[in-house]
Every structure is written in C-alpha cells, then in structure tokens.
Design a protein around this ligand. Structure first.
Ligand code: GYE
Length: 334
C-alpha cells in the first residue's frame, strides 16, 4: 500500500513537472497567467452526457468551480458514448492539457487511452464514476460517491418505507438499473442485493430488473413493460430519480398510485425528485451529491503541483424520507 502510494506520488510529481515544462514551451509569449502569477492550469474534462438532473447539476458545478479557480477548462459532452469520451481524451492529450478529468460512462475499456495519457505525462483524475484497470498507475484518484453504500442505504430505507406503509406480505420489487456497465448501476444493484441477501431472503424478491439508462424516457418505457409483464409489483427501486419520475408516469397511466400501490425508493436527490417526494409519489430518496466541482478543482491543483492525494476522495451525503421532503425542498441546491 505504502509503496504504491509513494510510487503514485512520485509519478504525479514527475508528470506534473513534465507537463509544466511542456506547457511552458507551448504557452511562450501568451498571457496565460492567473492573478497569483502562476501559470493558468488547463483542464480537459470529458463529461458522460446530459442524461439526468444529476448530470446537469454536476456539469454546472464543474464549470462554475473551474471558472472560480481561474482554470482554462476544455469541456466536452460524450452523449453517454464511450467512443466519444476516448476521442475527447485523445484530443486533450494532443492539446497537451495539464490535467485530464473524466467521468467514465462504463467501467471497462479504458487502459489503452489511459496509457497514452501516462506516456504523455498527463495526470488523470476520475470524477463521479470509477474504472476497472489492471494498472493502478493509470489514474491518480477518484473524486466521487460510494455507490455500493448507496445501494445498501436504499435497501435499509426500503425497510423503513415498508414499515411506515404498514405493508404486509411479499415484497415484489421492480429494479430500474442505470446504464449497463456503469459503476453506479453495478454497485447500487450490488449494495441493495447485499441487504436483501442478509436480511430479506424470504420476504423480498426482485421480480424484474432492466436498464432504463438513467433517463426519464428509459424509466417510463421500461416501467410500462414491467407493469404489463408483472402487474403485481409493489415496490420500485430506481437507480436514479429521473428514471423514477419517468416510471411514475407509466404507473399513473396504468391506473395505479405511485407512492401507495407501488412504493418507490430512488437515488440522487435532485430537485424534481424532491418535488415528486413532496407530492407523495416517491417514498424515500438516498442522496448522491453531484456538486463535485470545488473538490475536483482542489485535487487538480494538488496533482498539478506534484502533491499527493488520497486514492478515493468520497462525497458526503444523506438519506431522506417522504415526511422530510417539504421542509428540505427550499434548501436543495440541485
Ligand atoms: O446517479 C445519475 C446519473 O454517475 C452518480 O449518473 C452518477 C449517476 C447519477 O446519470 O442520475
């Protein structure tokens, strides 16, 4: 562990020194200095897409924080396609940015492009979502949430929701999964299943589970199909609020009451999720905070300056039941 940390720190130091030298050459004669007199950091950021309210809030937070920090931000939206993210990262390498940050749409398939960034001595910071790689030196740190824990929290909060509703009998769960192969989809499902396996082997069952790609349209369409094939579903676990909101439309169209006939737990805590919760249509929400911008900019600076950072910088978040929705709504920032 210690060895890896030291190695990483050294690698970051070397990378930062290398990029500084390279950029000094590139920027010769330009006015690229911040008020402190040090060189402006150029950050290349590849965003997943604009699939959800969470994502819009995250994009706004990254853009505002980069502006506030005085960085030169190069931003691109990959429209939920890995090949677009790979092209964006390659273009940041070609432009010799100082640091690359990205939120990987799926977990696998990054080694080749990350090796190119390493060869160009450009440090990479993951934000929001993680990757699976055989080589730990390919990225410096992840700034983001613990999705497995969010899944566990969703399971635990469902226990409270069922109790509050006075639910008796079998719990037939429909699961709306996030984007297939994405860290939050894999890990939220895993955490939720852990709670089921540990405490609800006999009384809870996931009767249908399919991806809605983290979008409202996806949630709506898949929920309509679920209700056709399994009209006796009494719980919906949605991996994000947007899919829950889409699903609510299909539940109402089927003549059922969301939040009553079908109890709903989702993840994120975006404003529209809170609105649906205050209307009694969502029963509980596990928060996933998208406002990662300020923390990301700090990390980028440390990494750029050759400092060491934790391997995983976790986001702090809370859980909310329906009766807290109205009071919490005015203070929600996203
Ligand atoms: O929950 C969902 C978004 O990666 C945490 O992506 C993020 C997820 C978030 O589309 O709404």
């Amino acid at each position: 562990m210690l060895n890896r940390r030291n190695f990483l720190t050294a690698a970051v130091g070397v990378a930062a020194a290398g990029t500084l030298a390279a950029c000094a050459k590139e920027d010769k004669g330009s006015t690229g200095t911040s008020s402190g007199g040090s060189k402006t950091i150029t950050l290349g950021f590849s965003q997943v897409g604009s699939e959800s309210g969470w994502r819009s809030a995250n994009t706004d937070s990254v853009k505002a924080a980069a502006k506030e920090a005085g960085y030169n931000l190069k931003f691109s939206d990959a429209q939920q396609k890995q090949e677009n993210q790979i092209s964006a990262i390659r273009s940041y390498i070609a432009q010799k940015v100082d640091v690359i940050a990205f939120s990987p749409v799926v977990v696998t398939g990054w080694d080749a492009v990350l090796k190119e960034a390493k060869a160009a001595k450009i440090p990479v910071v993951l934000t929001d979502r993680s990757v699976e790689t055989s080589d730990d030196s390919l990225y410096v740190t992840l700034v983001g949430s613990d999705f497995t824990d969010e899944g566990r929290r969703a399971g635990k909060i469902l226990e409270k929701v069922l109790e509050k509703a006075g639910h008796k009998g079998p719990v037939k769960i429909a699961q709306l999964e996030g984007t297939t192969g994405a860290a939050p989809a894999i890990e939220r499902a895993k955490g939720f299943k852990e709670v089921m396996d540990a405490d609800h082997k006999d009384d809870w069952k996931i009767v249908v589970s399919q991806t809605g790609d983290f979008t409202r349209a996806g949630g709506k369409q898949v929920m309509a199909a679920f209700l056709q094939s399994n009209p006796d579903i009494n719980v919906l676990f949605a991996h994000n609020d947007d899919m829950a909101i889409g699903a609510i439309q299909s539940i109402e169209a089927a003549g059922k009451k969301p939040g009553k006939d079908i109890l709903i737990v989702s993840i994120d805590g975006v404003k529209d999720g809170f609105v649906a919760m205050s209307e009694g249509k969502i029963n509980a929400i596990v928060e996933c905070n998208p406002l990662l911008g300020p923390q990301l900019m700090e990390v980028v600076k440390t990494v750029h300056d050759g400092g060491s950072v934790e391997r995983w910088i976790k986001t702090k978040e809370g859980d909310f039941m329906q009766d807290q929705a109205k009071a919490a709504l005015p203070t929600r920032k996203y």
